[in-house]
Design a protein around this ligand. Sequence first.
Ligand code: ADP
Length: 767
Amino acid sequence: MQSFVLGEAGAAAPPADAAAGAAAEPELLYALPLFRKPAFPGFYHVIQVQDPEIMDYIVRLRSSEKGGYLAGFMTKEMPEGLADSPQSETAAPLLSLPPTPQTQQGEKKTRKDTGKVASSDALMEVGTKLQVVTVTLGKNQAPSQPGGSLVVMPMQRIRRVGTISNPVAGVPLCAVETVPLPVLEVPTDESETSIEIRALNHEMVATMKDLLKMQFVNKEQFEQVIKYYNLDDPLKLADLAAGMSSAPRQDLQEVLTCEDAAERLRKVLLILKKDLESTRLQSQFRSQIEDKFAKENKKFILMQQLRYIKRELNLEWDGKQSIITAFKESIKKLGNLVPEEAAKAMDQELSKLGNLEPQSAEFNVCRTYLEWLTALPWGKFSEDNTDIDRAERILNEDHYSLEDVKERILEHMAVSFLKGSVHGKIMCLVGPPGVGKTSIGKSIARAIDRQFFRFSVGGLHDVSEIRGHRRTYVGAMPGKIIQALKIRQVSNPVILVDEVDKLGRDFRGDPSSALLEVLDPEQNANFRDLYLDVPFDLSKVLFICTANVTDTIPGPLLDRMEIIRLAGYVYEEKLAIANQYLIPQTIASNGVAKDMLDLQPEALAELIRNYAREAGVRELRKLLEKITRKVALSMVRAEAAERKLAMISLENLRKFVGQPPHSTDRLFQDAVPSGVAMGLAWTALGGKTLVVEARGRVPASNARAAQGVSRVVQREEKIGLTGEEWPDRWKQVRRLLRCYSVILCMLLQRGLDNYCKKDDRIELLAV
Ligand code: ADP
């Protein structure tokens, strides 16, 4: 047998047309392995070759005399790394006309349709004889591209009957002996098979038509090929359908191998039906995805169009113009009440706004700034009440006692009435909680007929809360004072700054200095908020501050304040406040009729003595509210006819307010024994009584020294402390030492011998 192994390039070539027609004599051909699918006869096939060795060998074969033919056999297995997906199998472009050498692949890496196999055993037995039409080297397209592509025309089906040689070095293809397989004929008689074939053919054509109506891979090529095809021959049509199909490679190989015409058509029809179904599913998914995508896209496109139309019709400009016109009108309304600098800033911003795109972020910043500028109450003042009597009546209506504050307000009114301005010191109401600091502030505003705004600076750290943010920040806002003016719409409200003694201070700045700038009558006529960046006159604003203690108010601020102290209330005052103010107020606020609740004097006295012992009356108010709420609930629960007066007496008081938190403050029920005196501790929350007992006599020399607290500390062993657990021992000790020194002085003045014996200890009792 002739060997086709090439020793030297071009030394030998396989006899190509050994016997196309003579079935007996096997033809010797080089076998080209096909990775993706078998080649079906009848239409051009593009085979992409990545392996440069195979490509070179084919070129050499072509240059030899009989190198125009190859035997195309599909490999039994798909090589590793090649996706066994229908997409990859159908990816081979099939052409109806002789193609021009190498289509526009450009620099793209060539597809791997063929490659080396170890031996001919790796190949299927049935294949196709391929006529090589064109060979295009990859390096002709791009120097770095290996391999190339072949355009082949599958001629006829062949069977491999023997192997001449397996691939060796220098010969990458197997040389095999092949015999042509019979060309299948369609019977023309009226036999059953023939009828069946015709029916199958019709069904196949119908399925292909359905398929062509849909979008599927290779549709274009399919349409192109079909134009040049003889559709009357069912077997040729079957070859075409199988060749174009995306069915699995094994199914296609079965079609190629099948010797029975009817069976073959049946197989192809099945493949076509599967293709149709999968194409249907694909298009269904595609349309679902497209729908989703289209919805989002549609909105975007419509918005673009709207914008375009608006621009075309000058509508956008109209929107912007109407904003500008609105601003112009509000600036006009403000008239010449606006200071020069602010008016200039407004004009500048307005012209800037005119040049900005309405969609730009800058436009919105500019617009918000103008909104603030034009919304402020420039030069707007509310008329003050000049009727002193009426003001006094209002103050008395709201609060009991607090004469100092009331008088100060009346003085303030008198001065501003005479002078026509309210320049002066800032008032600061200092006192324990619940003594009416905040509520008197509100009452002052009512008395002088001004708007009232309250804000607390307790725990405030950020200086921009008062002075505003710079406009460069995102979401910048003016400070609290400017916000208050915008809300109240007057330039002379009463602004109550609560809790000035609890101002914070950290890396974000010192709010006390900003507050000073706001409150100081010398500076606040030209207060410049960082956001507004134009001066605003705050001198007509009446600022009232509140604090619990003065110790923690920053010095410079305290200097400028006029401190009005509100001491706590004694029993009689609390009684009066409760009867005249709190009870009527709570009854009214809870919707209980006056004649439905009777709080007996003893019950009220008990409330004040044993339930609400604080300096102010807030706790008392809460208790009264609790009682009225409970009365309201019992009234609502009872039938209308059964409702009766709720009597709160000493006996049933606990039902309403529970156990008293305080028991007696008397340590000694009857007379105070000799050597015991009452001391008083003072705190921000009010006062505290301390019972101090002298339990010994300090020698005269030591007693004198003991006037200095430090010395007394040295003699601590002389002081005994009674009392169970000290919550904060040293704080208590300090307080007690102070009392000790007071008592010591007293005793010294009166003569120690009268009270205790020499070397006795002084015992301090804390209650
Ligand atoms: P503060 O600000 O000092 O903590 P508030 O102003 O909140 O106290 O007062 C607490 C409650 O006590 C308010 O309901 C107030 O009406 C009432 N109150 C305080 N002092 C008086 C008073 N002298 N006359 C009438 N009501 C008072």
